[in-house]
Write a protein that binds this ligand. Structure first.
Ligand code: NA7
Length: 867
């Protein structure tokens, strides 16, 4: 008998998930007057806190902060009993929220959405559920959580075991009694580390199978933090505001103490304070540089390992429990209550799977490479297919029959971690590309839900019904997410942040690490710029302000923010002497740059007098000789000296394996045009003539320079060609001044606010050359004859007023038959590449520069470049 066709039900919105995110989304959508139906496969609200009922399950964010803030009365009514609440208490809290706002009436429990398909004609989502319902809705909102899809067990023979099997992520509601049992726990992430001490209290024998030793610090659980409660009581609004605009979603005073420069006493004091505090964001904030500087990170990691060794009595077990294969924080650290102490109990044993891997689960227990174990129960604490698992499993099909699973096959792609192109009106709360798991989820969820609700309201008011990100905006955000991760140590770990815990999952850094504050600002900026990067359509109307919300490298943006707070006077308002003093003062506080083999100062006798030089010889390389690079510092012909570009010269030397001779030339206004250019040529002649004495290889000589230094380097090359020598193997021009035209588009785009401004460039020119001379090839090499010049590498920065003249020089060289390589410093400013070890994202560009320098000297013995 044919089933009667079901009549679809219509809703404005469907929400999947009734955890923290789903409940608040439902609340906000109803507040907007929309008809909503929510689904959850669980029998009640709670999401993660419904399922993860294993013994010892707690939040790892202080409860003072792990709570909704949208309901002031709820805040007054509810009091957390502990610093880190247990799963039952958090579940009670979420139940109370559902009751207070009568949310359950719009939630269908024990029901799953089985598929969702975008109907192009109707511009609605067509949804089917596990109970066979057909639903049409305009907005489809996935509130499925980041850690909700348990990782399937890839361990051989997993189905064979004859005893009791438990998964921490799907713990039985009636609980488990391990009294007198031989129990195995596989996995030492948060779930394992929280449950192991409690399982050990019951079990007669407990064997912990550890694949990766994990960093864990004591939670020091007890009453909620008195300090945080005090701050909340004093000014709740201010506290919540501080949380929303903090890095991690919890008010935290970010330290400016760098691990590498702190004294031993300060290091110890800061570490012990964080250890005693027992908060994740505290131990991640011992030093400002621990997230990106390996040596600084190691200081914290070493101190944690010391704590483990002093707690665990058996030295072999202590060693195996001490994490060594990843930087601290790059896998989520755990908060524990007596985890390491548990291994001192006589009936608890650690099996290190690195030395004896599991071969198979057997009917009786577990077989490793060395031993067979018999168990009554096995507990899998093996984690989740994090962040993407629940989304790609949800059978979502967008435009043109393209599924989310297909689109994300090589890794997720989102705009703001909220939406993805090709899937109109599909909102994903705390998806990849949002701060989510790196932040206090409660704060991030409220921000996401509020943003989505605000967006739907704005759309309705403007008469739009459909919204979708553009491909440009999305790829820009994906790039920004990866850029933010790339300057940290996080991508180096095989973590679930990287998708590395699931076999075959693409390795992409999933969450946004730029911070809750930076993320919120980006979302707000998108709205302020008429929903930048979104296409909205409605009856008879469409709107799209396409663009990329964050194009600048994140560390460059931080440097600019920091500079803005210093309130320094613009250079172009100062005298040359004051500008020089200011530059010297800022240079004094920066990192020194890499070690090189030898640094020595000397002078070059030229017709105009002696020019000081500093020579950098590569470290750890054979005695030489090496190719030579004559380098000219930047500073608009007015500023700079041998010290100003010292870190960059060290870096160039270390990366290229060449001897770098940095030459100080005469400066304006004391010595105006063409003094600097003539000095440059004279210096190149002298270095060439003295190549052997300097440890160079005769005939293997390149010139290089940054900014105005690149200007005189380019001029020196033209002069050498005209003079018939010396032979120059190549020229490296980093963000060069090659013309005096200040009207190119890059001046319009970048002439205001990125350190080198149009006004400053004008100030430089005024100091250096008379207007009548500025078109002369000795001042503006772009206007000279470019034929017969050496192979060239030009580096341009996106946010540099000089960008377009650099590009023009490369094109003109190519047109003149000169091999020209253009390297783009994406997202950088004029000064980025000189900020060695400050602007971390400049390092890959300098690696390219080092490589370009090497190609100038094909006959030199190849040396290992620094990484
Ligand atoms: P995690 O943190 O992913 O931990 C899972 C643990 O299980 C981890 O130690 C894994 O080792 C281990 N594991 C995973 N697969 C295997 C196999 N096949 N064999 C042996 N060991 C394995 O998940 P949790 O549930 O503990 O915590 C998730 C988050 O919830 C947590 O970070 C908090 O945010 C709350 P690995 O490290 O991958 O080598």
């Amino acid at each position: 008998m044919n089933k009667p066709p079901s009549v679809p039900e219509h809703f404005d919105a469907v929400v999947v998930g009734a955890g923290f995110a789903g409940l608040y989304m439902l609340y906000r959508l109803r507040e907007l007057g929309l008809s909503v139906r929510a689904f959850d496969s669980a029998a009640d609200v709670g999401g993660t806190w419904y399922w993860n009922r294993y013994p010892g399950a707690r939040c790892d964010i202080p409860t003072t902060d792990y709570a909704y803030t949208f309901d002031p009365d709820l805040e007054k009514e509810w009091t957390w009993s502990e610093k880190y609440a247990t799963q039952p208490e958090i579940l009670d809290y979420l139940r109370l929220v559902a009751d207070r706002h009568s949310l359950r009436s719009d939630i269908e429990f024990s029901a799953a959405v089985t598929s969702a398909r975008w109907d192009e004609q109707e511009e609605r989502w067509a949804i089917t559920t596990s109970s066979g319902q057909e639903i049409r809705c305009r907005y489809y909102i996935m509130a499925t959580g980041c850690l909700s899809m348990p990782k399937s067990s890839e361990i051989e023979g997993a189905g064979r075991f004859g005893g009791q099997v438990y998964f921490t992520s799907r713990w039985p509601h009636e609980g488990a009694d391990f009294t007198g049992q031989r129990v195995a726990v596989i996995g030492t992430g948060s779930s394992g580390i929280q449950s192991i001490p409690l399982i050990a209290r019951q079990a007669s024998q407990l064997t912990v199978f550890q694949r990766t030793a994990n960093f864990s610090i004591p939670a020091h659980n007890g009453p909620p933090s008195a300090d945080r409660l005090k701050r909340l009581d004093e000014d709740r609004d201010e506290y919540r505001h501080a949380a929303r605009w903090s890095r991690g979603g919890i008010p935290t005073d970010l330290t400016d103490v760098f691990g590498m420069t702190a004294s031993e006493a300060v290091r110890r004091e800061r570490f012990e304070a964080a250890w005693a505090q027992g908060e994740l964001f505290g131990i991640l904030n011992v030093f400002a540089d621990q997230g990106f500087n390996p040596a600084s990170n190691d200081i914290v990691a070493t101190m944690i390992r010391e704590k483990i060794r002093s707690t665990v009595k058996d030295p072999g077990t202590a060693e195996a429990l001490s994490p060594k294969d990843h930087y601290f924080g790059t896998k989520r650290p755990c908060l524990d209550s007596g985890y390491f102490e548990t291994f001192n109990l006589p009936h608890v044993r650690l099996v290190d799977l690195r030395t004896q891997p599991i071969v198979s689960i057997t009917e009786e227990g577990i077989e490793t490479a060395d031993e067979s174990f018999g168990f009554d129960a096995i507990v899998y604490a093996t984690g989740f297919d994090a962040m993407t698992g629940a989304l790609v499993a949800a059978d979502i099909t967008g435009r043109d029959g393209w599924s989310l699973k297909e689109k994300w096959a090589a890794g997720p792609s989102t705009y703001l971690g909220l939406m993805t192109a090709g899937f109109p009106n599909l909102f994903m709360l705390t998806a990849p590309g949002s701060p989510s798991v790196l932040s206090n989820m409660a704060v991030s969820i409220e921000q996401h839900v509020d943003w989505v609700a605000g967006c739907l309201k704005d759309m309705r008011e403007a008469g739009f019904e459909t919204i979708e990100p553009t491909a440009l905006a999305e790829s820009g955000w994906d790039q920004h997410v990866q850029d933010c991760a790339a300057i940290t140590l996080y991508p180096t770990a095989s973590s679930w942040y990287m998708g590395a815990n699931v076999p075959g999952k693409p390795r992409v850094f999933l969450p946004y690490i730029g911070g809750v504050d930076a993320y919120r600002k980006a979302c707000d900026d998108v709205v302020e710029q008429d929903y930048l990067g979104f296409r909205m359509t409605g009856p008879g109307r469409a709107r799209c302000h396409d663009g990329v919300v964050r194009r600048m490298q994140p560390d460059v943006a931080l440097v600019l923010e920091l500079l803005a707070t210093l309130g320094l006077p613009p250079m172009d308002t100062l005298s040359a002497a004051d500008a020089r003093a200011l530059m010297a003062a800022t240079a004094a506080t920066r990192p020194p740059g890499p070690e090189v083999g030898e640094v020595m100062d000397g002078v070059i006798p030229v017709p105009a007098g002696d020019l000081p030089y500093r020579l950098y010889r590569p470290a750890g390389l054979p005695e030489g000789p090496h190719p030579l690079v004559v380098y000219f510092h930047g500073g608009g012909w007015v500023l700079g000296n041998l010290d100003s570009d010292d870190p960059l010269c060290r870096d160039l030397c270390a990366r290229s394996g060449a001897v770098v001779v940095s030459v100080n030339y005469r400066h304006a206004p004391e010595d105006r045009y063409p003094a600097a250019a003539l000095d440059a040529f004279a210096a190149v002649q002298w270095v060439d003539a003295n190549a052997i004495e300097l440890g160079g290889i005769p005939g293997q000589l390149a010139v290089a320079g940054w900014s105005a230094g690149a200007n005189i380097a380019a001029v020196a090359c033209q002069l050498a060609r005209d003079a018939g020598g010396p032979h120059i193997s190549g020229q490296l021009l980093i963000c060069p001044v090659v013309d005096s035209d200040l009207t190119r588009p890059s001046y319009q785009d970048n002439g205001d606010g990125y350190i080198l401004t149009t006004a400053l460039m004008r100030w430089f020119w005024d100091h250096y050359a008379d207007p009548a001379d500025r078109g002369d090839p000795l001042a503006a090499p772009l206007r000279g004859n470019l034929e017969g010049l050496p192979p060239t590498c030009i580096v341009t920065a996106d946010f540099d007023p000089l960008r377009d003249e650099g590009v023009a020089y490369a094109r003109a060289l190519e047109a003149a038959g000169v091999p020209a390589r253009l390297t783009r410093a994406r997202g950088h400013i004029h000064t980025s590449l000189t900020m060695v070890d400050v602007v971390i994202s400049g390092a890959p560009v300098r690696a390219e520069i080092g490589e370009a320098l090497r190609t100038f000297f094909p006959n030199a013995v190849p040396q290992e470049p620094v990484s």
